[in-house]
Design a protein around this ligand. Sequence first.
Ligand code: NAP
Length: 265
Amino acid sequence: MTLMHGRRGLIVGVANARSLAFGIAKAARDEGARLAVTYQSERLALGVRALAAELQAELCLPLDVTQDAELRAVRQTLEQHWGAVDFVVHAVAHARKEELEGPFIQTSREGFHEALEVSAYSLVALAREFAPLLASGVSPSLLTLTYLGSGRAVPNYNVMGVAKAALEAAVRYLAMDLGPRGIRVNAVSAGAVKTLSAAGVRGLRSLLAFAPQVAPLGRNVDSEDVGRAALFLLSDLSRATTGQVLFVDAGFNIVGVPQAPQGVS
Ligand code: NAP
């Protein structure tokens, strides 16, 4: 029997094969999970349908997380298809490109709302819509993706850092709300990975060059690393863990003062 054998999971946030959501979906699928995948817009539909086929996903549905009617439609489809859901992965974030460069103090009111709505509130909306299906699931788990910029000031991450701080707080409040129904809510805080949305953050290339010099494991992470850690939070292995943020960043977050290069004292 595999770790996720027969577990029914909804994956929100696959844009392409580099997406962290795709890494998580692949890891879950390899452990026997049954999947439903969503795509945000028709622009991505063709590519995501091909990836869904590669994952042998049973469903591939449109979902813009800002649209309550679409959230309801996905829930209804899954209710008819599976009756219950065992895990939901929320791997969605968005900010206007101009908000992810330059000084944070220039963040516009509209840009702030947009980033918080798509990147943080959407977890609350998703949790509310799927809680009844998760409550009937096996060892149910809701998982989201966050980044170090929630608690530390990272150049250019700007409003997305504020959105991730709100997202992590939402993880704790949702864990408290949903715990009595047996539903666990957690986050993976991934190190920087070159994906479509990460490429929108100015300076990503220098961050990817800097991180391995500082991280105790001396390397960057990839979507497979994230997928493997996600398996822990999606499966029974973490049955007593909720409201947590698990760092998957080769240890980058623990470093206070980077070690001097060898030979320098
Ligand atoms: P990605 O492949 O670009 O995935 C982001 C997904 O969010 C895309 O599929 C995007 O669709 C979707 N999305 C945006 N607005 C949406 C909406 N209104 N409704 C539904 N979906 C929407 O990038 P990723 O790096 O894997 O991001 C996944 C998650 O990991 C995000 O929460 C991100 O902040 C987090 N994360 C990433 C890193 C990193 O370095 N890559 C590190 C830590 C955490 P569109 O492309 O159509 O907008």
